[in-house]
Ligand binder design. Structure first.
Ligand SMILES: Nc1ncnc2c1ncn2[C@@H]1O[C@H](COP(=O)(O)OP(=O)(O)OP(=O)(O)O)[C@@H](O)[C@H]1O
Ligand SMILES: [Mg+2]
Length: 594
């Protein structure tokens, strides 16, 4: 652009200079030649006054006279008679000259009284201005007087003038170039500055502003661009702010959220959704849903929704990597102006736990009813037997009453187990934490279960660290936990087996955390690996018949687990079928000691 402007300015200036120069040169030339012409004519008219007819007849006198006038007029003088013969000439020999009647100025002079002509003289190799007038005597033409002047001067002068014009053009070109450069720079500088800054703004450097020192139209443009950048910066800032808030919100919601367009391309996905759908890739925005999620079930559901334009919820079961039940809710995204479907918002809720809990609850109710029914049926049966005559036999009555007592006892235990479980589940605290002497409690539990162990000839032993810090919490619960564990160990260990309870304190070297570790070890029947994960579920028994025989309902370990959790502790199982089992309870001390 600068080059164009420069070129235009220089051209215009040069054309101006050239036209002016040429015009003035030409004007001067015309003026000068007019001067010469006029001078020649007036000199000629004067000369004519002095030339008489006598003089025409006397060539010698004429020559002499003409030569005298020549010095004054500084022009060549020629006298021609009426027939065209040259009578005298100040520059050449008249006798040698040809007939001059057909010279243009001569012809014009005879016809009009004054002839003028400008010609190139072959003899003198220069332009000549000729002027001629007729000489009359008594009304008849007797001769013609002609004056002429070489146009040396004028030629020289025009040459000089053209040279000057050339110099002027060169100087003009120089000035024009300089001015052109300055002017074009002045015009394009702000535009360059605007272009430079606007490019930067377009690249995202929204703090850049155009700084012009002018106040013309370009400055108005610059102001407009600056204003646009400020507005843009503000809008982008507020958009970024909104985006950040939205992102924070989307990441903090517990549900998965995915937005797809009507072609099933992912517009947005929050981290929870990616986790729920096992998406490994970092960024799947822009990808087709099926490509990112690889689940035909969901894909078909989305296609159906788009096809029907009807929004309904669905439950999807994922099998891999673990069983997961997801509930998908969908809502349409509509174009504000047209109202047709722009995309879909899918909200995903992981209902695996919910379903599991529901299942557990139903199972629990079924189990409870079943467990309650068994002893009750048995009690009812024996009562009826007694009523229908068995009372007569004292021995039988006693036997039956004992069974009824056992069953009632079983019912009682079952109901109190269920009650303590529900209490534990609702995390009800029974009053203020009390000091618990671990060593003492273990010994108590051993004495409670001693007779049961003795019946089976089981060696029930303890290995307790000398000084163990006290725990704080509910002593009854702590005791219950130990009873359940040791009871199991005795129950599921064949006669003449061995059960050992160890308790000691452990300090974690890196964290400095103190824990009490209690191990209940038996060399009994052991537990197969596949049962371990479900061991702490309510009513879970490995061998139902066996447990029932030994009076187990499958609530013991569920209670243990809850008590351990109420102490912020952990429980682990190590077991080998046929070799024995070790239950390890670990409870942090700090939490409960004061
Ligand atoms: N020390 C153990 N050795 C082998 N199996 C065990 C041991 N402890 C528990 N089990 C198995 O775990 C199951 C669940 O134990 P849990 O204590 O919850 O129930 P239970 O002993 O059958 O009944 P409850 O304790 O309610 O009277 C038991 O049925 C048993 O099969
Ligand atoms: Mg038990």
């Amino acid at each position: 652009m600068q080059r164009k402007i420069f070129f235009y300015i220089v051209s215009v200036l040069l054309i101006g200079v050239i036209i002016c120069g040429a015009l003035s040169a030409r004007m001067l030339e015309i003026n000068y030649s007019d001067d010469i012409k006029n001078n020649l004519v007036s000199n000629m008219k004067l000369t004519k006054e002095f030339i008489g007819e006598a003089m025409l007849a006397d060539p010698v006198l004429l020559d002499q006279y003409l030569n005298e006038i020549r010095t004054v007029t500084n022009a060549r003088i020629t006298v021609i008679d009426a027939s065209g013969k040259v009578l005298a000439d100040t520059e050449s020999n008249a006798a040698d000259m040809d007939n001059h009647l057909n010279r243009q100025e001569v012809k014009e002079a005879i016809e009009a009284g004054l002839g003028l002509s400008k010609r190139y003289s072959d003899t003198l190799k220069v332009n000549f201005q000729y002027a001629a007038i007729p000489i009359h005597k008594d009304g008849t033409l007797v001769g013609i007087l002609r004056l002429s002047k070489p146009l040396y001067e004028i030629q020289k002068m025009t040459q000089r003038m053209y040279l000057n014009v050339l110099i002027a053009v060169l100087a003009g070109a120089l000035i024009a170039s300089f001015l052109g450069y300055k002017i074009s720079e002045n015009i394009t500088m702000p535009i360059k500055e605007i272009t430079y800054t606007a490019t930067r703004i377009a690249r995202g450097q929204l703090d850049k502003r155009i700084n012009l020192k002018t106040d013309d139209e370009i400055a108005i443009l610059a102001d407009a661009i600056n204003h646009m950048a400020s507005t843009l910066s503000e809008s982008i800032g507020s958009l970024q702010d909104k985006n950040a808030k939205l992102e924070a919100f989307m990441s903090s919601v517990v549900n998965g959220i995915i937005a797809i367009d009507s072609n099933e391309r992912i517009l947005f996905i929050n981290p929870i959704a990616a986790r729920m759908l096992n998406i490994q890739e970092k960024d799947v925005t822009g990808k087709h849903f099926l490509q990112a999620v690889r689940n035909n079930q969901i894909d078909n559901y989305l296609k159906e929704i788009i096809k029907q334009n009807r929004f309904f919820d669905v439950e999807i079961v994922l099998d891999y990597p673990a069983e997961k039940i997801l509930k998908l809710y969908t809502n349409p995204i509509k174009y504000v102006d047209r109202g047709d479907l722009a995309g879909i918002i899918i909200t995903i809720q992981d209902i695996t736990e919910l379903r599991k809990l529901e299942r557990m609850r139903t199972e629990f109710v079924a189990n409870v009813s079943h467990e309650l029914k068994t002893p009750l049926t048995s009690i009812k049966g024996f009562v009826e037997t007694l009523k229908s005559g068995a009372l007569e036999d004292k021995e039988d009555s006693l036997r039956f009453l004992n069974i009824i007592e056992d069953e009632a006892e079983r019912l009682y235990r079952l109901i109190s187990d269920i009650l303590s479980l529900s209490e534990l589940e609702h995390r009800k605290h029974r009053g203020v934490p009390e000091r618990i002497d671990v060593r003492h409690t273990v010994q108590e539990v051993i004495s409670i279960l001693k007779s049961q162990a003795d019946k089976k000839g089981i060696q029930l032993e303890t290995d307790l660290q000398e000084s163990i810090d006290s725990l704080y919490g509910d002593p009854d619960r702590f005791k219950q936990m130990l009873i359940n564990l040791v009871d199991n160990a005795v129950k599921y260990t064949p006669d003449r087996g061995k059960v050992n309870v160890e308790a000691y304190q452990h300090v974690n070297e890196t964290t400095g955390e103190k824990r009490i570790i209690i191990d209940v070890i038996d060399n009994g029947i052991g537990i197969a690996k596949e049962h371990v994960p479900r061991l702490f579920e309510r009513f879970y028994r490995i061998d139902k018949a066996r447990s029932r025989r030994v009076g187990g309902t499958g609530l013991g370990l569920a209670i243990v687990k809850h008590i351990v959790l109420s102490f912020d502790g952990e429980i682990e199982v190590e077991s080998e079928v046929g070799k024995g089992t070790r239950f390890t309870v670990s409870i942090p001390i700090e939490m409960h000691s004061s």
